[in-house]
Design a protein around this ligand. Structure first.
Ligand SMILES: [Zn+2]
Length: 207
């Protein structure tokens, strides 16, 4: 996130009618004492949100950071990973990394560095977010294990599968109900009208 965006967000979120003192900021242009004071407010718990540039990176390891929200695109996949790594430091809790970018950020540009192209691949990934990261580290690409915290793509796929499963179950239940109705109707007509005629017409209806 750029310094100008931090300034704007700090003014908006820091308004007493909104988050007030619950938001702190950190960027290279702040004087050292103010930077320290702002960090203290965040680490002490007074501020629950810290608006920061990439000046906060490796080494900023605090267990209580639940989520990193990337506003504006990262410079590259390496930066993105560094920034994301500020959360998930506590092995007992999941850390979340959200990325909010404009759709145009997905398109490669002629002056992109290799690292930035890798980041765009990450944004364009269709199967699982872990795959481009593992590939970047030269590892075999794998999707989220079902027992892990799923990435947004795997979660979406699972939700779709659950919906299909639900629809099949529903349809099965409905067809079971229809079959029961058919059996009862057949029984009724067999008793009252005669078996052959009604069985044929019911079969035709089913088709
Ligand atoms: Zn996944």
């Amino acid at each position: 996130m750029s310094k100008s965006m931090i300034t704007t967000l700090f003014r908006t979120l820091g308004d007493p009618s909104y988050l007030g003192p619950a938001v702190a900021r950190f960027h290279a242009d702040l004087a050292e004492p103010e930077r320290v004071a702002e960090l203290d407010r965040f680490l002490g718990g007074e501020a629950r949100v810290l608006l920061a540039t990439s000046a906060i990176g490796a080494g900023f390891d605090f267990n209580h950071v639940d989520a990193v929200i990337h506003l504006e695109s990262a410079y590259g996949l390496t930066d993105f990973m560094q920034e994301s790594g500020r959360t998930g430091r506590d092995p007992r809790r999941s850390g979340w990394s959200f990325c909010l970018v404009k759709p145009s950020e997905r398109n490669p540009r002629s002056n992109d560095s290799t690292d930035r192209l890798e980041f765009r691949k990450y944004l364009n990934e269709q199967i699982c977010r872990r795959r481009p990261i593992l590939l970047n580290f030269g590892e075999v690409p794998r999707s989220c294990d079902p027992s892990w915290q799923l990435c947004d793509l795997c979660l979406r796929q699972k939700t779709q599968q659950d919906l299909v499963r639900q629809a099949v179950k529903q349809s099965y239940q409905e067809s079971t109900t229809e079959l029961e109705f058919l059996a009862r109707a057949t029984e009724f007509f067999t008793d009252s009208v005669g078996p052959l005629v009604m069985l044929q017409s019911m079969c035709l209806n089913m088709i």
